[in-house]
Design a protein around this ligand. Structure first.
Ligand code: MN
Length: 191
C-alpha cells in the first residue's frame, strides 16, 4: 500500500533538491497534514496526509475550500516521503514537476471516525478527518469517485459543515504566502 517506487522512478536526485525516497518507521500520534502550492505547468495545490510512514498525495487543481458547498476535485498522485512535508524550492526545468513549491499550509490531522481506522477508511475510499492547519481547520471529507481497483484516481475534497465552515473565506486567494517562510510562490521563481 505504501509505495515510493513511483516517486523514485519519476525523479533524478542528482538534479532535483527534493527529498529522497524513504519510508518512515514507527508509530506516530500526530499525523502530518500539509498542502503545497506548486507552480508546475499548471498551478495546483498538493494535499498530503501521513499514513503508514508515507504521505498519501492528491493534486487539487483549484485548491481547497472552506465552503461545504464546494466539491474540489483531488487527483491522487504517487506517495511521497514524510520529509517532503517541509520541502520548499524550485524543481529544475526538465525534471518531473518542474517549477516552484511552497508550503501553503501545514499542521496535523486525525480520524473523525471511531469505528474505522484511517487505513481501512482510505481503502474504502472515504476519509473523514479533522484538520488542524494554519489556514484550514475542521472537518473535511476525501471521497474516491472512481471505482475500487480502478485506474481512475479522482477523489473529491469537501469541507464538512461544522463551526469552522465559512463560505465567505477564500484562503487560496487571500492567504497566498508560505506558512513556514512567509514567501509567495513568485518570490521563489525570481531567485
Ligand atoms: Mn504537484
Amino acid at each position: 500500500m505504501n509505495d515510493l517506487k513511483e516517486y523514485k522512478k519519476k525523479r533524478d536526485f542528482m538534479k532535483t533538491g527534493e527529498p529522497r525516497a524513504k519510508v518512515k518507521k514507527g508509530k506516530n500520534t500526530d499525523l502530518i497534514y500539509v498542502i503545497q502550492k506548486h507552480k508546475a505547468t499548471n498551478l495546483h495545490y498538493d494535499l498530503r496526509l501521513e499514513l503508514n510512514g508515507v504521505l498519501k498525495s492528491w493534486a487539487v487543481p483549484k485548491g481547497p475550500s472552506t465552503d461545504p458547498s464546494q466539491k474540489k476535485l483531488a487527483v491522487q498522485t504517487e506517495d511521497h516521503p514524510i520529509d517532503y512535508a517541509d520541502f520548499e524550492g524550485v524543481i529544475p526545468e526538465g525534471e518531473y514537476g518542474a517549477g516552484a513549491v511552497i508550503v501553503w499550509d501545514k499542521g496535523t490531522y486525525r480520524n473523525l471516525k471511531h469505528d474505522i481506522s484511517l487505513e481501512e477508511a482510505y481503502g474504502k475510499g472515504k476519509l473523514e478527518i479533522f484538520i488542524e492547519g494554519v489556514k484550514l481547520k475542521g472537518g473535511y471529507v476525501l471521497l474516491r469517485t472512481g471505482k475500487k481497483g480502478d485506474s481512475d484516481r479522482r477523489w473529491l475534497f469537501i469541507k464538512i459543515k461544522d463551526r469552522y465552515a465559512d463560505a465567505r473565506r477564500n484562503p487560496v486567494e487571500t492567504e497566498p504566502n508560505s506558512v513556514i517562510s512567509n514567501k509567495k510562490i513568485e518570490d521563489l521563481e525570481e531567485t
